[in-house]
Design a protein around this ligand. Sequence first.
Ligand code: ATP
Ligand code: MG
Ligand code: MG
Length: 552
Amino acid sequence: ESVKPAHFIRQIISKDLEAGKNGGRVATRFPPEPNGYLHVGHAKSICLNFSMGEEFGGTCNLRFDDTNPEKESQEYIEAIQRDVSWLGFQWNGEIRYASGYFDQLHDFAVELIKQGKAYVDESTPEEIRTMRGSLTEAGQDSPYRSRSVDDNLQQFERMRNGEFADGAAVLRAKIDMASPNINMRDPVLYRVRRAHHHQTGDKWCIYPMYDYTHCVSDALEEITHSLCTLEFEDHRPLYDWVLDQLDVPCHPQQIEFARLNLNYTITSKRKLKQLVDEQHVDGWDDPRMPTIAGLRRRGYTPASIRNFCEMIGVTKSEGVVDMSMLEFSIRDDLDKSAPRAMCVMQPLKVVIENWQQEEQPLSIAAHPKDESLGVREIFFGKELYIDRTDFEEEPPKGFKRLIPGGEVRLRGAYVIRCDEVIKNEQGEVVELRCSYDDQTLGKNPEGRKVKGVVHWVSAAKALPVEVRLYDRLFNHESPDAAKDGSSFLDHINPDSLTVVERAYAEPSLANARADQPYQFEREGYFVLDGVDSSEGKLVFNRTVTLRDAWAK
Ligand code: ATP
Ligand code: MG
Ligand code: MG
């Protein structure tokens, strides 16, 4: 068990508990908008919210913040649930929907009108934007600001009944047009929008705004600590104002933390959606995507993502996390847990001339340090494949693998010697004639040292497989914020996918599953692609290389 660092949110919650705040209760929530798939940034928020619930013996709700029906869908709702569960978290009771509170939100809005704290504004959206001013420009009162309570009640009722065209009227809170915080300059609470809602159907033609919905939803669910990202810091006065006006069961404390930014990728659902819609990638779960679905298909484990989130910590200051930290966390997990297997990417045929028998089955440990993972069966025989890069006719200095007349050990099998090099008409090496030393199975040869060990497969028993090698999706450190005014689309790495159409894998991989990563010895970590594999055609995705190829 690692010692969890006492980040500032842990400290706040601990103090609140010591002080007996909220009756000793901790309740958090993760509130995604179902307008896309979750990405690694959301994982940070998920880990934070659910782990605070768990660690303090409390609860964490999963709530869909579904106030923009046109951008949302059931597909996203299901994908989000799948991803949260896969990460290993369990939400408290039923799934919640902000739309489940539409009746209460409406009644609270009527209550605000009755208190003289909200009014119907029939100005155009453009006029309202102008009247709210800017950081340097004061706000101006709307001509509708002084409407009577009765008039407002009537007009709001008309909004609800569909008597205004979309955009023709809004309900605004009456707060302070002179506030230095623009969020407090009479923000919009409700708008008219004739849109079918995935949960409430055609019941409503007015929809509440995020800021109004969020705080009320938190309060109705009796959330104690409402954790959100820093961009909502300026919205906190509004969060508190709304709850101060209303008779709600609880007034949650909003606490902001820095969002996760990862270099060489983007963490914005809108932009990720653009990559999908414009087919720059092969769907939300493309293994190059920083989505949870993409990471899963790529071979990331839930533990690696949770450890990554713990490692990057929770602070108030924005920074950019290096992609190599995410890669470190998956290597760290898989080094310990992934069974080993052999797969030859660039096959070079090796004929063992002094081998006269049938294929010989050999038993080899699935993991060098963990016996509990058992053994696998490989086959030695007359025809083998090794990787083309493991043979050099004219070896550079220090080359420890196979050379003409030289010896190398085949992992888990014998030492072989290269006796003859066969070339085609173009002078390319197409085959090696070798001999094996039958005294070297699991033993060093007598009287000489063989340093190199290479991976290999039996040609007769190998499975032909497709292997997909991924590189970073972007070749710019901050594709989103390049200083030259370029778009993130200008920085897509054209070489982010290399397909090896025919690699040869050891036969034990016939039973590979999409949720069981392997280390392909000397090549990296790989997992079966659960989408494109079929019985006749296995496809493997490279999760990550063995070492950080980007480290200088
Ligand atoms: P995006 O900009 O990608 O659409 P969002 O904040 O609009 O993100 P939501 O669905 O509203 O997406 O996010 C749900 C929760 O996840 C929010 O509490 C949000 O603050 C948090 N979250 C989103 N992105 C990040 C991130 N990069 N790092 C940490 N938390 C995040
Ligand atoms: Mg949001
Ligand atoms: Mg968003």
